[in-house]
Design a protein around this ligand. Structure first.
Ligand code: ZN
Ligand code: ZN
Length: 554
């Protein structure tokens, strides 16, 4: 890599919503923008979370001068504490973002592995050779930043997650004028922008409208208890709910560990105003009439062990819900969570609750810009080059099309995916090489459970397993015991005795076939057992369970 050139490598977030992470290299040093995690989907049984592949970063750790975190969402900072196992980190972000990130490090007992640096709106600081500016943006967690990296070739702007809300709850708007100034003074060399809503026309609702809508619902449902579920990090939404509760004379209870933790941090930093006289502890619920209570809960994504899921299952220890309750899902399911969310809505409906969600009322606004907002950003930034980030593949493509429709030459709006690296020199930008950027699955304390393990889990969960055991005398080439067949999740053994007996005969014949040829090679025996039993099972039951052959030498 030449001294003056810039390289951007994408480690996550391009092709999926989650685990956002990009590395910028310049003058032999590296700066990371975000290091997030992704929550697993139903294709990943037993996986707790998914991280970017850190191999390449660890190989280059000598170059790393810092990590800039755009905002306090898990898909942007949730991977930091995992990366800190291998690389000591120097982390930069807003005070709120840093406090949310520190919480994770404290929980993991890793505080000595990172330094946290608070930055203020519009600060411009040097991190190694990088001249980094923190530009305020509006999003669904307060105090988010777009990042501008000023270089002699022009500025690289990374939008982070943003929307253009003219009436945000805290009055802190996306600083469009600064984007315009950078564009007209030094010029925007490369724009990397949020693509989450790039396939949706129009503009995203203002958070202010959600507040008003919630107040109206609270007023209409004055004879019921109200439970509102939203993201624990959506402090503007929580503020809107608190306001609606105050106006309608309701006490407030917070459900869920992350909710209590984030509200505590936000009140301490003055980001959120929680009037202490209205606040109740979960075990004080019975001290007020139901219609004088508002519960603010986690679980809006249908997370299995969250407070809302427990309420839907009738298993919450502080509260059981009924037709005296109105539940508001102040959220939108993240792609992949739709089924979990509908299960929760179903459960609550069975208990008699009235459920209000974004499909039935104005109770949620996205934190991500839609096409008209993105167009405004592009028109102001006037980038020389554009790479869409933060989106599933179709979102990236839609965003690239949008940039081209706005006049950018086709070859200057590049769709990249995880692992792609681009090189920028005076003569332009080009894709240049790839690094490994597969999913790193975390299960419990095991770092990487790997694709093979997940494939096995899928087969086990869908088809079951058959273990077949045989004892062989290798000197006499004869079967001494078995074969025994043990099965789980394939057929119910008690009811399928005949089938299992037939299976044993088939396997025995196969083994004797191999032994009859004078072979005592254990691999050959195992293969014959697997093959004969597999054929028999699929012929008889049209199923393909996992077959585990076991040969004992006696
Ligand atoms: Zn995000
Ligand atoms: Zn976000």
């Amino acid at each position: 890599m030449n001294y003056g050139e810039i390289r951007v490598t994408f480690l996550g977030g391009l092709g999926e919503i989650g685990r956002n992470c990009a590395a910028i290299e310049y003058k032999e040093k590296m700066l990371l923008i975000d290091c997030g995690l992704m929550f697993p989907n139903e294709e990943m049984p037993g996986v707790d979370l998914v991280l970017p592949d850190f191999t390449w970063l660890i190989e280059n750790k000598e170059k790393m001068v810092g990590v800039v975190v755009t905002h306090g969402h898990e898909d942007h900072m949730g991977g930091l504490s995992y990366l800190a196992h291998d690389i000591e980190l120097n982390v930069y972000g807003s005070k709120l973002t840093m406090r949310l990130a520190q919480q994770r490090f404290q929980e993991a007992n890793l505080m000595n592995r990172a330094t946290f640096n608070d930055v203020n709106d519009s600060d411009r600081i040097n991190i190694g050779p990088f001249d980094v500016e923190f530009i305020p943006v509006t999003h669904s967690v307060p105090h988010g930043f777009a990042i501008a990296i000023h270089t002699e070739l022009g500025a690289i702007i990374h939008t982070g997650d943003f929307k253009i809300d003219m009436t945000p709850v805290d009055g802190r708007r996306t600083d469009l004028s600064r984007i315009g100034t950078i564009a007209t003074t030094e010029g925007v060399l490369l724009l990397l922008a949020d693509s989450t809503n790039a396939d949706r026309e129009g503009i995203t609702d203002s958070e202010m409208n959600i507040g008003s809508s919630l107040e109206k619902i609270f007023g209409d449902k004055s004879d019921k208890r109200i439970i509102v579920a939203c993201f624990a990090s959506h402090l503007h939404r929580i503020e809107g709910i608190l306001k609606a509760a105050r106006k309608t004379g309701r006490h407030v209870v917070f459900f869920g560990k992350s909710m209590a933790r984030n509200v505590a941090i936000a009140s301490e930093l003055g980001v959120l105003d929680v009037p202490p006289d209205t606040l109740l502890a979960p075990d004080e619920i019975d001290t007020v009439d139901p219609h004088k209570l508002c519960v603010i809960s986690t679980g809006s994504q249908g997370e299995p062990l969250s407070a809302l899921s427990l309420l839907a299952a009738g298993e919450h220890r502080a509260l059981s819900v009924s037709n005296d309750d109105v539940v508001i899902l102040s959220s939108q399911p993240i792609p992949g969570n739709e089924r979990a969310v509908s299960r929760v809505i179903d459960g609550l409906s069975r208990r008699g609750c009235e459920v209000i969600h974004s499909g039935t009322a104005l109770v949620h606004a996205s934190g991500h810009a839609r096409r008209s907002e993105l167009a405004v950003f592009h028109a102001l930034a006037k980038p020389e080059w554009f790479i869409p980030v933060h989106g599933e593949y179709r979102h990236l493509v839609a965003h690239a099309h949008l940039a081209r429709n706005l006049g950018l030459a086709k070859e200057r709006a590049l769709v990249c995916v995880d692992g792609d690296s681009v090189r920028i020199t005076e003569s332009g930008l080009e894709k240049d090489g790839k690094v490994s950027a597969g999913y790193l699955y975390v299960d419990g304390i095991v770092g990487d459970v790997g694709h093979g393990v997940l494939k096995d889990r899928k087969i086990l969960s869908e088809e079951g397993v058959i273990v077949v055991v045989v004892g062989v005398d290798v000197t006499k080439t004869s079967v001494i015991t078995g074969p025994d067949v043990i099965t789980r999740g394939w057929v119910h053994a008690d009811e399928a005795e005949d089938l299992l007996d037939e299976a044993k005969v088939v396997v025995r014949e196969a083994i004797e076939g191999v032994l009859g040829h004078g072979s005592t090679d254990l691999d050959a025996l195992r293969q014959a057992m697997r093959k004969s039993l597999g054929k028999f099972v699929s012929g008889k039951t049209k199923r393909r369970p996992m077959i585990v052959p076991f040969v004992m030498e006696i």
